[in-house]
Structures are given as C-alpha cells and as structure tokens.
Ligand binder design. Structure first.
Ligand SMILES: Nc1ncnc2c1ncn2[C@@H]1O[C@H](COP(=O)(O)OP(=O)(O)OP(=O)(O)O)[C@@H](O)[C@H]1O
Ligand SMILES: CC(=O)C(=O)O
Ligand SMILES: [K+]
Ligand SMILES: [Mg+2]
Length: 574
C-alpha cells in the first residue's frame, strides 16, 4: 500500500523509498481524499521535538540557505532561519506570532539588520517622522539585498508622519531632560540649531493660537507634562509639572478641563503634503506596506488605495490603518474593512484616551481585525524598559504575553529596536515569550473557538471560506503536522490564518512580493515556488524539494488546499 501511494505521488522519483524511511508513519487510506474518511490507523501527532523556546540562531556568515537558495530560482525560496527552525523544532513548533522591528540609528547597518532577520524579524518598519529619504532608501535597499542574497522574506513597512502636532528635533541632541518647575518655550518660529536653551520647536503653525493659558501640555501622551503659563506671539511659555525625558519629534497634545482639545488641529489632513511625498518615495522604493498614522475615516484609506493602484500596476502595496486617535475608534469597523490591516498604536492612542482604556481598546481592535480577516499589529512600549536595560520588567513580559494570547498577528518594537541599547535582546524576548505561550496552547490543547462571521463577498469566496474553516478544524481534530496552501492571491492563506489553527500554515505563492506581504500574518510560513494548476504535480514537487532540505519527513500528515481549484486533500508525505 505504501509503495502504491509512493508511485501515485511520485512517479518520477523511484529513488525515494517509503519502506526504508525511519520516519514512516501509517498512511491514511485512501492516500488522497477529496472527501475525507476517518481512519483509526491514521495518525499520532508528533511530540514537540524541541520544546526550547529559543530556536537555533545561525551565524550571519553562515552560508546555509544563503546565496545558493536564492540563486536556485526554479526551486523554492525559503530563508535559512525558517529552515533551521523547521529542522530543529519540527514544524508544529514554529513561531506563529509575527515580529515587526522599527529600524533606527541603533539598527540601520547591514549587519544589524541581518542580525534582526536572523533573530526573527518578519517586517522592518521605517518611520517617516524621523530621518531623510536618503537614510530610509539605504535601509530599504539593505533589507532588499538581504532578501535577495539570503532568501529572507522580510517585508518593509513605511509609516507616515501624519499631521498631528509634534516637537521638532532637539537641535541635534538625542534627548533633553525637563525638570520639575522649569520654564520651557514651545515656539512655532522656524528656529535653527543651536536652539536657545530650553526651547522646543513645534511643527504646527496654529499651535500658538490654539492653546490657552492654563492648558495642560502632554508630551508623548504624558511622559512629560507642562502647564501653559504665558503666550507671547509665536512663543508659548510652559512650566514643567511632571518631569521627564523629551525625545526628538515627540507627539504633543493639549488638554483643557480634563479633555483633549481638538480645535483646528483636528481639521489637519490625515495625509499631509509631506506624507504624499513620502508615499511617492515609498512606492518608488517598493515598500510592501504603508501604515497611515492618525487615520480618522475609511475615506482616507480608500483614497490612498486608489492612489497606489493608479501608480503601481504590477505590484500591490498593503495599506495598514493605525488606530491611534479618538476618531479612528468611532469609525473602527469601516476603517478596518477599508484597510489591508491595522495597528494598535498604543503610544499616541494613550495620549488621546485615558490610559486605563487602552487595554480594552486593544482587545476590541484585535478581535474585530481577526473577525474581519485583517492582520493586526500590537505596537508601542511592549518592552520600553529595554531601551536602557538588557532585561524586561515582569509587567512588560505580561503585556507581551497578553498580546500573544489575544492571537494578534504581530508584535512591534519601536524605540527598543530603533534607538535602544539592546535591539536584539528585545527581539529575543518577543520571540521567546511568543513561543512559550504558543507551546502552552499546544500542551493544553487550547484551540480557540472565536466566532468567525462570514466575510465572503461572492459565492466563490464563500466556498473558499468554508473550505478554510473546515480545513482548520480538521487540522486541529486530526493533529496534522501542517496545512499547505497554494495561493496566487494570498486570500486562502489569510482565511486559514484567520482560523488560528493549531498547526503551521505553509503558504506557497509564485510571487516574491506576495510572499513578503504574507509574512505579517499569524502562523503563515510563506514560500516562493512556481506551481501549476495541477495539484498532483505541485504536491510532488513540494514534497520532493522540502524533503531534500530535510524540512519535512515521510509520514508527516498534511492537509493541502489550493486557491485555483478550491480543493482540499489529506495526505501523508510519501
Ligand atoms: N529613522 C530614525 N532616525 C532617528 N531616530 C529614530 C528613527 N526611527 C525611530 N527613531 C527613534 O526611536 C523612537 C521610537 O520610534 P517610533 O517609531 O516609535 O517613533 P515615535 O516618534 O514614537 O512615533 P510614532 O508615533 O510614529 O511611532 C523615536 O522617538 C526616535 O527617537
Ligand atoms: C506606533 C505609533 O505610532 C504609536 O504607538 O503612536
Ligand atoms: K509615524
Ligand atoms: Mg503614533
């Protein structure tokens, strides 16, 4: 029976012998089922081969999976880190939660970016609030080179500045300390460095007119607080009431009688003219995601999406809505539906709503995104203390765990990786905590049954959705080793990811760009592979390539799906 199935699956490769495989497990009969029939002899889930939370780290000079992989374009694109994780841990234990790192002065050199990729970075974020186009171009090209030369699929996310009020640069200083009782001047004059002592530039011309004496001025949502004591034309003099560290371009909000003041600054466009120039730059440099700051409505997302569609016809850029303002919460569902993903940007969010409301808003946003099938990133201050210290606080670890437990698609580092002293250590903490919680789910068999509403907009989509829901359920019930999905658009891969199944999802796509974009989504391990509409051939090819690399073994149980055929099959790897 075993050899029959071998011939059936791999007629052109007689050299592979199931009988001699030490990994052989009883096959499902019949071997390939369009309609699944249960079999008692079917399958024993493999043990967690390596429960260690920290996967193998390859040295960055290691040639494994390096140039040779990328060069073999006809084969399969997978990076060395994924390959090592699959081999070491068995594929049930690969990390499901994705990691985004903000690149900044602490991480912008080629070796530093590579170290983050090796440490598990799935998406590199560049924040257009900081740095010049030349600086960002260099970073984006370094990520691209790394992908090309070492087979990684690190996506690039560009984050717009938006037109909220913020401070200027600190005349070249990395930070400045504001002490209790000190008087500082916030000025809308175009001051050049060196700035007069205790003077801060403000980017928004209307600032000096909008504030009133007695208003409270919050830097970074309250990290430092001032009281407005005097207005002198373009200058606003403020006394520090809560001391702290001022960082370049920190966000400013002002409050009157306990409420956030939203005057003319609330009328500023979500995408400023500087943002449009940055977006043109991002399109030209081939970024994969554009994250829009301070989104207020679905309209701006739709506008940006048509702008992108008109300018890049050969390739897609996903638009991520940053949820960080009161208006974005009012229109949450329609914003999420208009976008290709969302970010819970807790930094600015916590400056616009009371801090104690941020955790429940996070939970709501994550839940809505998961239900509507949009990837969701939880961002800001996850490991803030690691900007300065090599270990996180217990509270930070608990916060990271909570985001993983909510099954957010991705966690993001900001200052920790952009300008902190321990970027790689911070990434290691995110990775280990994610792996630990995910392993705990498996040990406790905690499949989560979230109510998933229909998201299909056509009958054909409805079929895909039903197939994915069933496949994910079958995967859990049968304890399969992996779901394989052959996808040209990524749609079925994301529908599978939405179900948060207990096993990893190998997503095969013919496009390098799509492979990168899929890298943001929970549980997806994206591969680039050229494939046809014939699943027989596709499976044979995949099994053979992955077996050659030691990434799967005979007897592994797989459920395979395809976008093109809308098919589902249960197969033992021959
Ligand atoms: N490209 C860069 N050049 C210099 N410093 C940077 C850069 N990117 C980030 N930083 C530093 O890292 C800190 C945290 O980065 P982060 O992206 O969270 O920015 P932010 O200013 O808090 O704004 P946002 O609300 O958009 O996240 C910044 O305040 C800045 O000091
Ligand atoms: C990430 C971001 O923009 C924020 O937290 O405000
Ligand atoms: K930003
Ligand atoms: Mg923000």
């Amino acid at each position: 029976m075993a050899s029959q199935s071998l011939h059936f699956l791999a007629p052109n490769n007689p050299s592979r012998s199931l009988a001699s495989s030490p990994f052989r497990r009883p096959s499902l009969l019949p071997e390939r089922l369009r309609l699944f029939r249960s079999s008692a002899a079917a399958h024993t889930p493999p043990p967690d081969l390596n429960p260690s939370p920290v996967p193998v780290i390859l040295s960055s000079t290691n040639g494994i999976g390096g140039v040779s992989i990328a060069a073999a374009a006809s084969a399969i694109d997978v990076d060395a880190v994924t390959e090592a994780e699959l081999k070491e841990n068995g594929f049930r234990s690969t990390r499901r939660t994705k990691l985004v790192c903000t690149i900044g002065p602490a991480t912008c050199e080629a070796e530093q970016i590579e170290a983050l990729a090796v440490g598990g970075m799935n998406v590199a974020r560049v924040n257009m609030c900081h740095g010049t186009h030349d600086w960002h171009r260099r970073v984006i090209r370094q990520v691209r080179r790394l992908n090309e030369e070492k087979g990684f699929a690190v996506a690039v996310m560009m984050d717009t500045e938006g037109s909220e009020i913020h401070m200027g640069d600190l005349g070249g200083f990395a930070s400045a300390k504001a002490e209790d009782g000190e008087v500082w001047t916030f000025s809308v004059r175009a001051l050049k460095a060196p700035l007069p002592e205790r003077t801060i530039n403000v980017n928004y011309d209307g600032f000096a007119e909008d504030v009133r004496v007695g208003d409270e001025l919050l830097v970074d949502g309250g990290m430092v607080r001032f009281e407005v004591i005097e207005k002198l034309g373009p200058d606003v003099r403020c006394r520090c009431t809560d001391p702290g560290l001022l960082l370049p371009r920190a966000n400013l909000t002002f409050w009157r009688d306990g409420s956030l003041v939203r005057e003319r600054n609330a009328m500023l466009p979500t995408i400023s003219s500087k943002d449009w120039l940055d977006i043109d730059f991002g399109i030209a440099e081939g970024v994969d995601f554009i994250a829009v700051s301070f989104v207020k409505s679905a309209e701006v997302i739709n506008h940006l999406k048509s702008y992108i569609a008109a300018r890049c016809r050969d390739r897609e850029i996903s638009v991520v809505a940053k949820i960080e303002s009161i208006d974005s919460l009012k229109n949450l569902e329609e914003i999420v539906l208009a976008s290709d993903g969302a970010m819970v940007a807790r930094g600015d969010l916590g400056a616009q709503i009371p801090l104690e409301q941020v955790p429940s808003v996070q939970q709501t946003v994550v839940q809505i995104c998961r239900q509507l099938n949009r990837p969701v990133i939880v961002a800001s201050q996850l490991l803030e203390s690691m900007i300065e210290y090599p270990t996180p606080t217990r509270a930070e670890v608990a916060d990271v765990s909570e985001a993983v437990r909510q099954r957010a698609d991705a966690l993001m580092l900001s200052g920790e990786s952009a300008m902190g002293q321990f970027p790689e250590k911070a990434l290691t903490v995110l990775r280990s905590v994610s792996l630990r919680i995910e392993r705990w789910w498996r040990e406790e068999k905690r499949y989560e049954a979230m109510e998933l509403p229909d998201v299909a907009s056509s009958f054909s989509d409805k079929i895909s959705e039903e197939i994915c829901n069933s496949a994910a359920k079958m995967a859990n019930n049968l304890g399969v080793d992996a779901l394989f999905v052959y996808t040209k658009t990524g749609h079925m891969a994301s529908l599978l990811s939405r179900c948060r199944p207990d096993c990893p999802i190998f997503a095969f796509t013919t496009s390098t760009c799509l492979r990168r974009r899929l890298n943001l989504q929970w549980g997806l391990i994206p591969f680039r592979l050229s494939f046809s509409d014939d699943m027989e051939t596709n499976l044979n090819k995949t099994f053979s390539l992955l077996k050659q690399r030691g990434m799967i073994q005979s007897g592994d149980l797989v459920i395979a799906l395809s976008d093109m055929l809308q098919s589902i099959q249960v197969i033992n790897v021959p």
